[in-house]
Design a protein around this ligand. Structure first.
Ligand SMILES: Nc1ncnc2c1ncn2[C@@H]1O[C@H](COP(=O)(O)OP(=O)(O)OP(=O)(O)O)[C@@H](O)[C@H]1O
Length: 234
């Protein structure tokens, strides 16, 4: 469960998060909003890339902001980025070991990497270099990195961007297995409202850094305020 209280982020005169209070508790939750609404900034606060000017964030009752970014990773926070971050000169397994080296005991690293590769069906590609991967494989590597060790909260920023419908469906099925099989909560940003509808039982909508709606996804997407913010988008 992510409990956000009176969160403020200030960049000079811009306030991408403006006194946000929200509790996100569904196993797979959506985070949506128009461009510039503050979605990525919220993920940056959770993962420690951005320090808020004010407010509190607790994950499963633990004060997240008290931990430095690596401490958050060690406590089970994982994150993927809008632009995939695969290291071109490392193999797929090497990309995963780069995470495992920080969060898994040496004797358990190989098993942790193998388990993540198995989860995402990437075992057969374990020895391919990053530069040889297609976009789908890159997206799978990004997801695999989030599954290394014992994830507690997985933050995914447009994980299916650029994929075909079929690839996106495969990725969605994998993401949906995360809470049940790994015991981690998933928070997912996406502009594809149908993807959010099909995956997330709960959705938070941001607009200008404020909460526009939060609740069961179908109710949120039916809200006139949300439809207005997305006018013409769905
Ligand atoms: N480092 C920064 N310095 C100044 N302004 C920033 C910075 N990062 C983000 N912003 C501004 O904060 C606001 C929110 O940006 P953010 O990227 O969080 O929005 P978003 O909802 O993720 O948008 P998108 O859907 O386009 O990715 C925007 O106005 C953006 O220009």
């Amino acid at each position: 469960m992510i409990a956000i209280e009176n969160l403020v982020v200030q960049f000079g005169g811009v306030r991408p998060i403006d006194n946000l209070t929200a509790t996100i508790s569904a196993p797979v939750s959506g985070l949506i909003g128009p461009n510039g609404a503050g979605k990525t900034t919220l993920l940056n606060v959770l993962s420690g890339f951005v320090s808020p000017a004010a407010g509190k964030v607790a994950v499963d009752g633990r004060d997240l902001l008290a931990l430095h970014p690596l401490g958050r990773v060690k406590s089970g926070l994982r994150r993927s980025f809008q632009t995939e971050q695969v290291v071109e000169d490392l193999t797929v397994a090497g990309n995963l070991f780069a995470i495992a080296d920080h969060v898994v005991a040496p004797s358990e690293r190989a098993a942790a990497v193998d388990a993540a590769l198995a989860f995402t069906n990437l075992r057969g590609a374990a020895h391919m270099l990053g530069r040889a991967l297609n976009l789908f494989q890159r997206r799978l590597v990004e997801l695999s990195k989030c599954l290394i060790g014992q994830p507690r909260l997985v933050l995914l920023d447009e994980p299916a961007a650029g994929l075909t419908n079929e690839e996106s469906a495969t990725l969605r099925e994998m993401i949906l297995r995360i809470p049940g099989e790994l015991g981690a909560q998933v928070l997912l940003i996406d502009h594809d409202v149908e993807l959010i509808r099909s995956m997330c039982t709960e959705t938070l909508v941001l607009d200008y850094g404020r909460m526009l709606a939060l609740g069961p996804t179908e109710e949120v997407l039916a809200s006139p305020d949300v439809r207005r913010a997305y006018l013409g988008e769905f």
